[in-house]
Structures are given as structure tokens and as C-alpha cells.
Design a protein around this ligand. Structure first.
Ligand SMILES: [Mn+2]
Length: 279
């Protein structure tokens, strides 16, 4: 397979990390920010890459399937990392659970190791459970909703609420507060995320580990939960986040879109930066 053609990077040279963790990329759906992900993978090097579930969206595969050149490029870049010596571990999630059927075989394809979960040891000796997190779904009901409701979505909802109630008034219906309803939902969502975080931290503690790295709820986070380090590496749909480990074991959450001032309103199909500027 040919290496992807070189393309202009937005800034600077490749950054090298000891380990990189990404999840919830949902390749195969329109929601996947494949162009940002390809840009990220293009500009990093790492000794270990953990794919922490929901990488390829198999649920959607059965219904509507979306794939374009940027999705191809993401796969090519992952394979290229594996070929160049990065130890790639693929831990399936609930959207790519079709791969779970292969787990008993201890499958390794093109240098990518398929595992149900992993224990990662950082350079400074901390041991972290790496798992997608959907096994703890029973404690989460509203988590997805919070992820959907970013600040801007909430603001937009308030505007929509004014129009909505203006229409209701004209039709003779009483006022109904969308914003109050959303607030109640978000409160529920915050509680659900708390439960998810406690459940995962609890699992790490039970196993005598120092922390956990997971994904699933599309909500990047790094904090101590009951004496255990809880890290969620986020997603590449609603945000573009990754967890990186520096050479000395320091862990950092990276918001790739914010760091590179990438606009979520940019065209979905990738245009090279120089082309985008010319348009
Ligand atoms: Mn998931």
C-alpha cells in the first residue's frame, strides 16, 4: 500500500508522544470528523496507539454507511503508524462490537492487536485500565444528551424556544419552556456522567490499578475520582480530543480542533488548506 501523499500541515513538525489514546471516531458515519482526525494522525508519532472503541461504526454499517477519501486516509495513517513500529491496540466498543467475535482468536491484523481491554503502564509506573466503557452502560442514561448539548446548542435552543412559544401563543397554546426542560435533562445527564465515572474508577480500584482510560460517552475528562485517576479521551464527532502520554509519563488531554483553530463549520469534505484559502 502506498503511503498517503504528503500534504501541507497546518503548522509545525510532527509531535512525538510515548502513547496516544483515541476513541469514538465513528468512521463510517457522516458525523466523523475524519478530516481533523487525519490531520492529527499525520502530525503525531507515538510508540503506542490505543484505539479505545467505536472506531468503525458497525451499527451504521448495517443501515446507512458513509465513507469518503478522508475515512480511507484515517485507516491508511493508522496502518502506516503500525508499519513504522507503533504498537497499535484496538479495543472494540459497542459500535464496533462485530470485532468482539474475533477476540478469542487473539487476532493481529497488519500489526494491529485486537484486545478486549488493556492495562497500560505509564513511563512513571502508573497502571491504567484501558476499556471502552459501554460495559457500564446500565449506570448511564442521559450521558449522550449532555454530549449533544454543547454550550452553543443550548444557546440555540433558547432562541428556538422563543420562536416555538411565539407560535404556540398564536395557536392558543400555553407557554412551554423548552429551556427548563433542557435544564432538567442536562441535570440528569450530569448525574449520569458522575455515575459512569464512579463506576469506571471503581473498577480500576477493585483491580488494584491507578486509573482508567475510557471513551463511550463523548465527554473528555481527566480527574481524580475516589482516589483513582479517571480519564475519558473524548471523541472525534462532537469534539476532536485525544489523550497523550509524554516521554516522562505526564498525561495530557488534547483538544485538536481548539488547538489548531479548526472550524466545525468548515466543509465536511476535506479541502487542502491552501485550496480552502483560495476559495
Ligand atoms: Mn460507545
Amino acid at each position: 500500500m502506498n503511503a498517503p501523499a504528503p500534504r501541507a500541515s497546518l503548522s509545525g513538525a510532527a509531535e512525538h508522544y510515548r502513547s496516544v489514546f483515541i476513541s469514538d471516531t465513528h468512521l463510517g458515519t457522516r458525523g466523523c470528523r475524519a478530516e481533523f482526525l487525519a490531520d492529527f494522525l499525520h502530525r503525531i508519532g507515538c510508540e503506542r496507539l490505543y484505539l479505545v472503541g467505536d472506531i468503525i461504526d458497525g451499527w451504521r454499517l448495517r443501515r446507512s454507511w458513509y465513507w469518503d477519501a478522508t475515512h480511507d486516509e484515517v485507516l491508511r495513517l493508522i496502518l502506516r503508524l503500525a508499519r513504522n513500529g507503533t504498537e497499535v491496540t484496538y479495543i472494540p466498543g459497542n459500535h464496533d462490537e462485530m470485532f468482539r467475535a474475533w477476540l478469542p482468536l487473539g487476532l493481529e491484523v497488519a500489526g494491529i492487536h485486537l484486545r478486549p481491554e488493556a492495562v497500560h503502564e505509564t513511563a512513571d509506573g502508573r497502571r491504567l485500565l484501558v476499556t471502552h466503557g459501554d460495559a457500564f452502560d446500565s449506570v448511564v442514561r442521559y450521558a449522550k444528551l449532555l454530549a449533544l448539548l454543547g454550550d452553543w446548542a443550548y444557546t440555540a435552543a433558547l432562541v428556538a424556544n422563543r420562536w416555538f412559544n411565539a407560535a404556540r401563543r398564536r395557536l392558543g397554546y400555553p407557554y412551554w419552556s423548552l429551556s427548563a426542560w433542557l435544564k432538567r435533562q442536562v441535570k440528569g445527564a450530569v448525574k449520569a456522567i458522575d455515575r459512569f465515572e464512579s463506576a469506571l474508577a471503581g473498577e480500576a480500584r477493585r483491580r488494584g490499578l491507578d486509573g482508567v482510560v475510557c471513551g463511550h460517552i463523548h465527554h473528555a475528562e481527566m480527574r481524580q475520582v475516589d482516589g483513582v485517576l479517571y480519564i475519558n479521551d473524548g471523541d472525534w464527532v462532537e469534539s476532536c480530543t485525544a489523550l497523550v502520554e509524554h516521554a516522562d509519563g505526564r498525561l495530557e488531554l488534547i483538544d485538536w480542533a481548539a488547538r489548531n483553530r479548526l472550524s466545525f463549520f468548515a466543509p465536511r469534505r476535506r479541502t487542502r488548506p491552501q485550496v480552502a484559502e483560495a476559495v
